[in-house]
Design a protein around this ligand. Sequence first.
Ligand SMILES: C[S@@+](CC[C@H](N)C(=O)[O-])C[C@H]1O[C@@H](n2cnc3c(N)ncnc32)[C@H](O)[C@@H]1O
Length: 290
Amino acid sequence: MDFDGSADTEFVKFWNSVLEPKFTKYRHILQGGLSRHSAAVLPNLPIKKGMSVLDVGCGWGDMTLQVAEVVGPDGRVVGIDCVEAFLQEARKDAAAKGLSNVQFSRGDAEVALPENEFDYVVARFGTMFFTNPVAALRRMRKALKPRGQITHIVWRRREDNPAWQKAKDITLRHLPPPGADADTCGPGPFSMGNQETSDLMMKSAGYEDFTFTRVDEKIMVGTTPEECIAFALAIGPRGEVFREAGSELAEAKRPEIESEMRTFFESQERDGHGIWAPTSSWVISARNPS
Ligand SMILES: C[S@@+](CC[C@H](N)C(=O)[O-])C[C@H]1O[C@@H](n2cnc3c(N)ncnc32)[C@H](O)[C@@H]1O
């Protein structure tokens, strides 16, 4: 599955060049927030000792390692991600935990996955960036053995996710939306948020018995209002608006944008760890037919 980065798609190149440093900088915010959505469901998934599991878009691999503990030494887990820097962290964490039943491979899930190999496929916020989602979901299905199962977690619609969307609304009050040729990581975090559309995608990708479970969780969006603002302007759709506006215009508008964002973040729940805002996800589970 390892391959030479020169053949990467423009989206994978974008993940490795533009997004990786920002994700790495804000790992302490991102990982905790994303893991709240899997913590709500992981213990109830029918993943059993001895199973082989694939984690698609595994990032830093914290969920991959949790699954590796569930399947035990007789099972096996493979994490695949298109960003080598994330996988290096994942491998370090696996070694620190002494887990030898886990392997991390760099790969583009839209290009290649092993076939007919896994009992279960999981993905936490790793499928919404697919440029060709039905083909990629079908490829994930083909990675399963017959009757194997998948669970992937995706954000619900933008209006269900104020933690991400409010800061974008503020940014768009001051800056134009990104143009059609903007550099991007793909269709973006809310591309599977509409249940009807995602239902159709799962059907078209050949799955059966699919269920949608809604998870509502507050996640930490920064330790201080200043960090919330810096994080918002760096990552996600609001970060994209700010970046694509060009530094001259974006910097000219920065004081008003930051002031409105401060008002929003200061109105959110705060505790000893940081500031918390509401998010909502779909946990989509399904089966590969026999
Ligand atoms: C929002 S992050 C989630 C990471 C991890 N699953 C988590 O929950 O912490 C999305 C991940 O998908 C990966 N990714 C995006 N497109 C991909 C693709 N086509 N193939 C493999 N990984 C991809 C990114 O590199 C990134 O690590």
